[in-house]
Design a protein around this ligand. Structure first.
Ligand code: NAD
Length: 370
């Protein structure tokens, strides 16, 4: 198959759809890969690195779109990209179509077949192409908290791990899924005192085993959240209720009783946030202070570390991308996990929740592909 990798054009997006290492895998499997010049600049991968991996370098996005049967990207296509997609072309990338009617219409109009990273599933019932970004965001959340706790940044002036004889920071993680677990790993590693709250007792059991008693676990109730938040130096919001906005677990009233200079990192901000006082921020201005509490609410945290994020994403997408390259659309019909990723097929919406959220007609795959 002819695979194409355009340079990402969304503002401040430095990741790349295929790393040179991934290109080498596609080429070894017998595919040709066209990469736009400078596509890897954001992760320090040069055109020469791609050439060595076996890629053909092309000077413009239009040449890449025009010559490829499958496009592999990171972010959802931007308006100038929708118009370059065409019938019979496969698009493999993050789409997040549910809140984005304009993009959905653009993709439907193009006639392309679009598989969204965020809805591809795995045998464990998880979302394997979202998980690596949650791992990155979870680990970064503690780095962000450490920076915001510094006195000059408005924080309490506290070192996360303390020193012998001086107590470390108390870090509370609400939500013990992928983000929460990775946040806790880093917090524990730095020597913090860590408490995790979750609504799932099964998950709390796993966490208790995983951390061997090094993390306190608590069932998440209003009382528990309130008590923990009042005593915390850092609160990480890592809650997810699939298909819904994040529940607002920490109210403004609770915030007023928090320690001055405490830090909240609302990783769930991309789903609306789990603190009543959260509003999305950017890497350019990641924090703001409200009621004496520093808020960090960056909606695309993995974008800060595109090198790590691109490799983590490529590791996860590679088997699915290769299956698509090897078999084309047949891979979608054969593989239930790729099938779960299919959002758009030749002008039809094939993902029920997306169609419902956009108020557009839904076509089950079998019907659409018949
Ligand atoms: N800001 C970013 O850049 C970024 C990056 C990656 C992920 N995220 C977001 O982080 C959030 C968490 O993602 P994840 O991959 O860890 O999800 P996950 O499904 O792995 O974990 C979510 C956890 O929240 C728990 N939960 C649900 N309701 C709860 C409640 N009331 N109290 C306590 N826990 C509760 C669930 O039981 C589950 O264990 C999502 O909103 C995701 O979109 C943001």
């Amino acid at each position: 198959m002819k695979v194409g990798v355009p340079k990402e054009i969304k503002t401040h997006e430095y990741r790349v759809g295929l790393t040179p290492g991934a290109v080498r895998e596609y080429v070894a499997a017998g595919h040709s890969v066209a990469v736009e010049t400078n596509a890897g600049a954001g992760i320090g991968a040069t055109d020469e690195d791609y050439r060595k991996a076996g890629a053909i370098l092309l000077g413009s996005a239009s040449e890449v779109f025009g010559s490829s049967e499958m496009i592999v990207k990171v972010k959802e296509p931007q308006p100038s990209e929708w118009t370059q997609l065409r019938e019979n072309q496969i698009l493999f990338t993050y789409l997040h179509l549910a809140p984005d009617a304009e993009q959905a219409k653009g993709l439907l109009k193009s006639g392309c077949t679009a598989i969204a990273y965020e809805t591809v599933t795995d045998v464990y019932g998880g979302l394997p192409l979202l998980a690596p970004m949650s791992e990155v965001a979870g680990r970064l959340s503690i780095e962000a908290a450490g920076a915001a706790l510094k006195r000059y940044a408005g924080g309490r002036g506290l070192l996360i791990g303390g020193v012998p004889g001086v107590q470390p920071a108390r870090i509370v993680v609400i939500g013990g899924g992928v983000v929460g677990t990775h946040a806790a790993r880093i917090a524990v590693g730095l020597g913090a005192e860590v408490t995790m709250l979750d609504r799932s007792i099964a998950r709390l059991r796993v966490l208790d085993e995983l951390f061997g008693g090094r993390v306190r676990t608590r069932f998440s109730t209003i009382d528990a959240v309130e008590e923990e938040v009042f005593a915390a130096d850092v609160v990480v919001g890592a809650v997810l209720v699939p298909g819904a906005s994040a529940p607002r677990l920490v109210t403004r009233k609770m915030l007023s009783s928090m320690r001055k200079g405490a830090v909240i990192v609302d990783v769930a901000i991309d789903q609306g946030g789990c603190f009543e006082t959260s509003r999305p921020t950017t890497h350019a201005e990641p924090t703001y202070e409200l009621d004496g509490v520093i808020h960090y609410c960056v909606a695309n945290m993995p974008g800060a570390v595109p090198l790590t994020s691109s490799h983590a994403l490529n590791n996860a997408t590679l088997p699915f991308g290769l299956a698509l390259a090897n078999k084309g659309f047949a891979a979608v019909l054969e593989n239930q996990h790729l099938r779960a990723g299919l959002n758009v097929y030749r002008g039809r919406l094939t993902y029920k929740a997306v169609a419902e959220s956009l108020g557009l007609p839904y076509s089950p795959i079998d019907q659409a592909a018949a």
